[in-house]
Write a protein that binds this ligand. Structure first.
Ligand SMILES: [Mg+2]
Length: 385
């Protein structure tokens, strides 16, 4: 099987509600769905998330948009890998990295499509090429955005707890009074047994502010705090002064980042994405480094469509180190969503079948490749640009 051509389809799905975080200016920047064609007529599906205002520490990894993804894919990455076999995934990454530095989201789309092709060529699910199925059901976190008032987020949390969610994630890092009140109200609602985690998205402006806020938030027994400040050295400085475990997200893109965070004793946990390191093959390496240095990990994403989230589910299925509940949207065509609110981010999707949700968990698809099919009419309907 040889890679021959690529099609790019920029899309945007209708959100159930806006989802804000510290530093966000747009709602969601859209996605690029990729169809990777082979000489034997197989088509692999992939997706590039975008987010032009989001990136690594100190501009280390740039944001990408639907336009930059389409350009980089068509003009640089496809020519670099055309003629190669999708099974030679290490070689494909070496070729992509040689012609383009960075642009991990664009690379992730081709990487996912290669795993979909490996599966379609052999009749096996994608996780079979990532280490096999370690877990069949993925425990979910429901994420509550920064723009929600305490009243709104309590109402939303109440609904998702009724639907079986056992972990709540709250975006903080904005106004101190709102963050404290929101966390207090959430703990009151949730009772002692529900896990609450916080994500500041580097929103606290310095180490001192972060330490003060975390010490006040500790009264509400949060399990961990994600990315309180920017940069490994500042994370390490915060970590030395608080007892709540810290998780790196924006600071942890590549396997090398995770190794550096471990050496600096900067965090306790890592937020693994399929997209940040540039696809499943490299995300697998990130998870392996987590295992080696003793970091627990979760999977977070960029509220992907049903294509990108299928890749996310296969990654978590295969990686033992990703043992924390994960942020994955419950993607489904309109009117067929298995949940009313729980991780239900879009009111419609481009996948033909809804994800299977069971008591706070998503079931990993077990069909060939990513295990999903596209609804072509929806792909046209939600096209942008
Ligand atoms: Mg985060």
């Amino acid at each position: 099987v040889k890679i021959r051509a690529v099609e790019t389809h920029p899309v945007q799905l209708p959100p159930r509600r806006p989802h804000g975080w510290a530093g966000s200016i747009a709602s969601v920047g859209g996605f690029v769905i990729v169809k990777l064609h082979t000489d034997e007529g197989l088509v692999g599906l992939g997706e590039a998330a975008t987010g032009i205002e989001w990136g690594g520490d100190w501009g280390r990894y740039a944001g990408e948009s639907a336009k930059t993804v389409c350009h980089v894919l068509a003009d640089y990455l496809l020519p670099a890998i055309a003629g190669e076999s999708p099974f030679d995934i290490e070689l494909i990454h070496a070729r992509m990295d040689r012609v383009v530095r960075g642009h991990h989201y664009a690379k992730a789309a081709l990487d996912m499509a290669c795993y979909d092709l490996m599966g379609k060529a052999t009749g096996k699910p994608a996780h079979a090429f990532l280490g096999g199925c370690f877990r069949r059901e993925i425990r979910l976190v429901h994420s509550l955005g920064l723009q929600l008032t305490p009243d709104q987020l309590v109402a939303e949390a109440e609904a998702v707890l009724q639907e079986g969610i056992k972990t709540l994630k709250l975006k903080v890092g904005g106004e101190a009074r709102r963050d404290l009140e929101a966390t207090r109200r959430l703990r009151e609602l949730a009772g002692p047994d529900i896990e609450i985690t916080l994500d500041a998205n580097r929103g606290w402006r310095d180490v001192k502010t972060a330490v003060e806020m975390i010490k006040r938030l500790e009264a509400y027994r949060v399990s961990f705090i994600e990315q309180p400040v920017e940069g490994a050295d500042r994370l390490a400085a915060v970590r030395r002064q608080v007892s709540t475990p810290l998780m790196a997200d924006e600071s942890a893109w590549t396997p090398q980042d995770v190794y550096e965070l471990a050496q600096k004793q900067a965090v306790d946990m890592i937020s693994v994405y399929t997209t940040k390191p540039g696809g499943l093959h490299k995300a697998r390496k990130v998870a392996t480094v987590c295992e080696v240095v003793g970091f627990s990990a979760n999977l977070n994403g960029s509220l992907e469509t049903g294509v990108g989230n299928a890749a996310n589910l296969h990654l978590v299925a295969a990686c033992r180190a990703i043992d924390q509940p994960c942020v994955v949207a419950t993607n489904a065509p309109a009117g067929r969503a298995p949940t009313r609110v729980a991780t239900h981010f879009y009111t419609d999707d481009i996948v033909a079948e809804p994800y299977v949700y069971r008591d706070g968990h998503l079931v990993v698809p077990d069909g060939p490749g990513l295990g999903i099919e596209l609804d072509e009419a929806k792909l046209r309907q939600y096209r942008i640009g």
